[in-house]
Write a protein that binds this ligand. Structure first.
Ligand SMILES: Nc1ncnc2c1ncn2[C@@H]1O[C@H](COP(=O)(O)OP(=O)(O)O)[C@@H](O)[C@H]1O
Length: 305
């Protein structure tokens, strides 16, 4: 856990008012990654929570264009299990040309490996618990290091940070520009998790659940169509071991206990964009782009394609 010891020291240093000069030497990898050309001050951040509450939108494209050294976005996706973080983070990552880094995927890769950790890890993940901050930071650090070696810049993090400590560590080493907090009605979350399917061959993500909630008590109806696999994947679908009803309920409970405070952490810094998903991808994606001032970006991308 050599990498973590550096993070751990970074976290302590961050909490102790960021004594940058001393800390920089100890942050080692993360500082090299984040503070170099990609890490400016908070020029890319939202001005305030009030701006968002007033409906003002982050001028993401304007900011990207203004960035002289080509710094890419550093965004975080928050949201309950099943909300669709992976789907929207992956779409935005394609649109903006930044890596989508899902810590859940890093954990599953680790589980599939033959190393010494997997059986212990399996127990934690399959019971819906969070793995230790140390382990997740070690995995994330390695992923960032590999990305850096390939020339990646910027990121969209999905599933990290999930605890206040993780958020503090991240804050100690880089500026996060924007945190998108995806929200979906609670009754849809469980069904979405239970309907999740993965192609064991290509890794594609699909969903067999059809969410059809009728309008009731002044709340609008909501429809989310299934996302069926293409014919070549149909016979190879598997379900994640932690997508059982009991475990999903535990993951939701843990989200409320451990990760809700992370929403407050970013809300108090004026970085949280609350986004209520109005339905499935066809309704939600254009609205999300609009909320991010990215709708022109997609038009240009599609025109260029
Ligand atoms: N940042 C993190 N901190 C601790 N554990 C994590 C973190 N990210 C992922 N995990 C582990 O991996 C599991 C799967 O994560 P993920 O795919 O993000 O699930 P979810 O669908 O619940 O958002 C989690 O339940 C947890 O055990």
């Amino acid at each position: 856990m050599a990498v973590f010891s550096r993070y751990s020291r970074a976290a302590t240093a961050a909490t102790m008012q960021r004594q940058t000069a001393t800390a920089t030497a100890t942050f080692s990898y993360l500082i090299r990654t984040f503070s170099s050309p990609f890490c400016s001050s908070s020029s890319n951040s939202l001005n305030s929570e009030t701006d968002l509450n007033r409906g003002n939108k982050p001028d993401v494209l304007g900011t990207l264009k203004r960035e002289p050294k080509g710094r890419n976005v550093q965004w975080v996706f928050l949201g309950c299990p099943g909300v669709g973080k992976g789907t929207y983070a992956s779409r935005l990552s394609n649109l903006l040309g930044v890596p989508h880094i899902a810590t859940g995927d890093l954990v599953r890769d680790e589980l599939a490996s033959a190393g010494p950790l997997p059986s212990k890890l399996k127990e934690i993940v399959n019971h819906g618990q969070l793995v230790s901050d140390e382990l997740i930071i070690d995995l994330l650090s390695k992923r960032l290091e590999a990305g850096e070696a390939k020339g990646e810049s910027g990121f969209i993090l999905d599933g990290f940070p999930r605890t206040i400590r993780q958020a503090e560590i991240l804050e100690g080493v880089t500026d996060i520009d924007l945190v998108i907090n995806l929200k979906l009605r609670e009754e849809a979350l469980l069904a979405k998790c239970l309907g999740r399917r993965i192609c064991s061959e290509c890794g594609g993500n699909y969903n067999v659940a059809c969410i059809d909630i009728k309008a009731e008590d002044g709340r609008p109806a909501m429809y989310m169509a299934p996302l069926p696999p293409p014919p070549q994947c149909a016979s190879k679908l598997i379900t994640r071991a932690d997508d059982t009803e009991e475990v999903v309920k535990e993951r939701l409970r843990i989200y409320h206990e451990m990760t809700r405070p992370v929403e407050d952490f970013y809300r108090s810094r004026g970085k949280l964009l609350e986004f209520n998903l109005p339905g499935g991808i066809p309704e939600s994606w254009p609205k999300l782009l609009q909320a991010l001032n990215l709708e022109d970006h997609e038009d240009k991308e599609s025109a260029a394609a």
